[in-house]
Write a protein that binds this ligand. Structure first.
Ligand SMILES: Nc1ncnc2c1ncn2[C@@H]1O[C@H](COP(=O)(O)OP(=O)(O)OP(=O)(O)O)[C@@H](O)[C@H]1O
Ligand SMILES: [Mg+2]
Length: 348
């Protein structure tokens, strides 16, 4: 425990924390949580925990890094969790929590169909594929769609876009907004953008995103791309373990934010060649087991033989069967294909 906290009488925190878990009262600010005084809240902000919601998703070990004892860390995380109701529940209550999950349209009814209605909140969806397969275009489209009202497949919220390759283009947002009859200036105002220059910077941005998410009512978080910086900075076998550990931490932060704020989380990922594969798909996504296990839903995008058509395959989902559909990228954004386009032979 921090000395200042002892002086400010925060050692009574355990009793207060217990009360909190019983009454489930609402804490707005970190300082409202029993056990958190000004010294602790400062340390928590240093770690990127600006809101009670994100603190609820922290691990004791993370807080220990700034000198908060394990006991105290468990207490304050427990109190934060009780505030948003994250604790043991009966399985039948899970259904109620699932009802909170909303879906965001991709802009293509066909792709929405294999995703059971669109991208889910509280989980991570990964789009992977070769260059030009449409990953960034989909991310742009989702930033516009998330602002649509719920009856049009949106979530009536804002978007947070972390761009690692400097490929975000406002011109595309304008085109897509116009096509949907939205005021493009308003749409642009509701996309909170940051360019990440290195993998550390990318992690830092996400670690400090909770307050921005809360105050702007962000309902979509985009990391485009999740893996590019990690892949170029951690080169060679000897760096693989360190890279995977960092990626794991980053993905867990993203899951925590998606759950705490009931947002959709989207990451994009490149592919690499599978050596020695002559039949079937000769590529696989970067990031190994860490990305594979932390992305709940994985969609593989690839070009059809030529033209605007793309093939989207749902490769893994916690509860949906594999499926494949086609869509197209036009000036309007992501759209469904025509009957003619659907009947053309598909490329690999
Ligand atoms: N205004 C537009 N009108 C029609 N098609 C467009 C338009 N802008 C982009 N595209 C299509 O989208 C493609 C680029 O897709 P995108 O940038 O999403 O690829 P990506 O999967 O993100 O690739 P990378 O791995 O290089 O990031 C272009 O090659 C083009 O086919
Ligand atoms: Mg891209």
């Amino acid at each position: 425990m921090l000395d200042e906290d002892i002086e400010s009488g925060e050692s009574e925190s355990s009793e207060k924390a217990k009360d909190a878990s019983v009454s489930r009262k609402k804490y707005e600010l970190l300082e409202d949580v029993p056990g958190i005084g000004s010294a602790t809240s400062e340390k928590l902000r240093e770690l990127g925990f600006h809101t009670v919601e994100s603190l609820a998703m922290a691990t004791a070990r993370e807080l220990e890094a700034v000198g908060i004892s394990e006991k105290k860390a468990l207490e304050i995380i427990g109190a934060a969790r009780s505030n948003i109701g994250v604790s043991f529940i009966r399985a039948d209550e899970l259904l109620k929590i699932r009802h909170k999950v909303s879906r965001l349209t991709t802009g293509s009814k066909a792709l929405d169909r294999i995703l059971n209605g669109g991208l889910e909140t509280q989980t991570i969806t990964e789009f992977y594929g070769q260059y030009g397969s449409g990953k960034s275009q989909l991310c742009h489209q989702l930033c516009v769609n998330v602002q649509l009202p719920k009856d049009r497949g949106g979530l009536d919220g804002a978007a947070l876009y972390v761009d690692t390759e400097n490929t975000f283009r406002l011109e595309r947002i304008v085109q897509m907004s116009k096509h949907l009859g939205l005021d493009h200036e308003k749409v642009a105002k509701n996309i909170i953008y940051a360019e990440a220059y290195t993998s550390d910077h990318q992690m830092f941005l996400l670690e400090n995103a909770d307050e921005v998410i809360k105050t702007n009512d962000v309902k979509l978080i985009v990391l485009d791309s999740l893996t590019a910086h990690f892949r170029s900075e951690y080169v060679g076998r000897e760096m693989l373990v360190a890279r995977q550990q960092r990626l794991n931490k980053h993905m867990h932060k993203l899951i925590g934010l998606a759950r705490a704020f009931n947002t959709v989380a989207v990451v994009t990922n490149q592919v690499m060649a599978k050596p020695g594969v002559f039949f079937g798909d000769a590529v696989h996504p970067v990031g190994g087991h860490v990305v594979g296990h932390t992305s709940h839903t994985r969609v593989y995008l690839r070009r059809a033989s030529q033209g605007p058509v793309r093939i989207a395959r749902l490769v893994s989902s916690p509860y949906l069967p594999e499926g494949e559909e086609i869509l197209k990228i036009t000036e309007n954004g992501i759209e469904d294909t025509s009957v003619d386009e659907r009947n053309k032979p598909r490329g690999r």
